[in-house]
Design a protein around this ligand. Structure first.
Ligand code: SAH
Ligand code: SF4
Length: 399
């Protein structure tokens, strides 16, 4: 993570403190200038021209070295009466990703992407259907938090004035929580994900508590082990969706490589090492994984892992043949889990009025080619609810 000494553009948010000092020395400046730059970055300022304690000539040189690393805001969707904001950001190479900001009375949560697209191929998820476009860098991951921070604090992203609802209303004016639940599989982009977690958590970075950071994974067993080794009490959310290998092999193809018993062992280990309660995510699909036998098998896993279960009725997605479950089957599923002693959250109605589906958009592809967004209902709904429930589950402290 150190700064390159060539003329390739430098992403300041992908550069650690030593790298920033080296970069400034490379520009013929004393190393302490790197600390000055770091102080701006922590405050969410990445435009060298706004780093007013740097000499003007240095600002120009730094701007030249970092040109092109700031994403462009392509669209801003407001949902849920102004409490949910979805940003579509495009990087210099044309790839686009989604970042969602959710305001609550006592916290402001950002849902961030780690990949443009995803290679995991879960058949109910539109991001998965698009395949993997490319990995995001650590800087591109961190920058989504910066963008949300700028929006909250100033009502603007770069030069773009946002809808006033982004700063209006109750709740903190800075980011308090981050969830890795946007596009992509964080643990399939492990090193940048870990580097971004460090930036977010580091007292020299944004200084967020590890507990307020949630990483959601489809279950990449070796990477869960790596995450446990960090020794940080991050909240882990595991996208289970099926409690038997036969069904999970279809719904979450990576299960063929890391079957349930392996995953359960890894999660158990994570829980013991971090002393954090884990969340199980269950996308409830009509007549696919909403029956009694899946509920019973899920309850048994949840009890063994002392995990909180977060049930999210599937968002209908273009190109996906499955449907949302009926209300009756949803209630029966949740009731059965509760009677089995599992702690369960069913989604509330947050984000219902959103106008473009989050993670459901084939955004990277369509935006990358400069076309308009496909409209789809259901939006920040999915992310908002997942996030709310995961945080509720994860906020209960050591299990
Ligand atoms: N790749 C990671 C994180 C991003 S996906 C993971 O899968 O955990 C975040 C969550 O959205 C996952 O739990 C995923 O299963 C869920 N999801 C994907 N498509 C969905 C849909 N159509 N309806 C509801 N939830 C969905
Ligand atoms: Fe990838 Fe998660 Fe979608 Fe599966 S659910 S395809 S892992 S983003």
């Amino acid at each position: 993570m150190s700064a390159a000494s060539t003329d390739t553009p430098v992403d300041l948010y992908a550069t650690d403190r030593a790298g920033l000092r080296a970069l400034l020395e490379d520009l013929g400046e004393p190393a302490y200038r790197g600390d000055q730059v770091a102080a701006w970055l922590v405050r969410g300022v990445d435009d060298p021209q706004r780093m007013t304690d740097l000499p003007a000539a240095l600002r120009d040189r730094l701007a030249a070295r970092t040109a092109g690393s700031t994403p462009e805001l392509v669209a801003h969707h407001v949902a849920d009466g102004g409490r949910t904001h979805k940003f579509l950001l495009r990087f210099a190479d044309g790839e686009a990703i989604e970042t969602v900001l959710m305001r609550y009375p006592r916290r402001a949560t950002v849902c961030i992407s780690t990949q443009a697209g995803c290679a995991m191929g879960c058949p109910f998820c539109a991001t998965g259907q698009a395949g993997l476009r490319r990995q995001l860098t650590a800087g591109e991951i961190v920058r989504q938090v910066v963008v949300a921070q700028q929006a909250l604090a100033t009502g603007r992203i770069g030069d773009v004035e946002l809808d006033p609802s982004v700063v209006a209303g109750e709740g903190p004016d800075h980011v308090t929580n981050v969830v890795y639940m946007g596009m992509g599989e964080p643990l399939a982009n492990l090193e940048p994900t870990i580097a971004s977690v460090r930036w977010l958590h580091d007292p020299d970075g944004f200084g967020l508590s590890a507990r307020s950071i949630t990483v959601s994974t489809v279950g990449l067993v070796p990477a869960i082990g790596r995450l446990a080794e960090l020794g940080l009490p991050l909240t882990l959310a595991v996208s289970l969706h099926a409690a038997t290998d036969a069904l999970r092999d279809d719904l979450v193809p990576v299960n063929r490589t890391h079957p349930l018993h392996e995953l359960e062992r890894a999660v158990q280990d994570y829980r013991r090492r971090t002393r954090r309660r884990v969340t199980i995510e269950w996308c409830l699909i009509g007549d696919v994984n909403d029956d009694v036998s899946q509920a019973d098998a899920l309850a048994a896993i949840a009890r063994r892992l002392r995990a909180h279960v977060n049930v999210i009725p599937m968002n209908p997605t273009p190109g996906v043949r499955w449907q949302e479950p009926t209300r009756a089957r949803t209630d029966a599923f949740v009731g059965r889990l509760e009677r089995s002693g599992a702690t369960v959250t069913l989604r509330d109605t947050r984000g219902r009025d959103a106008e473009a589906a989050c993670g459901q958009l084939l955004a990277a592809r369509t935006l990358g080619e400069g076309r308009t967004l496909p409209a789809a209902r259901g939006a920040a709904d999915r992310v908002g609810l997942l996030v709310a429930a995961a945080e509720r589950g994860g906020s209960e402290g050591p299990s």
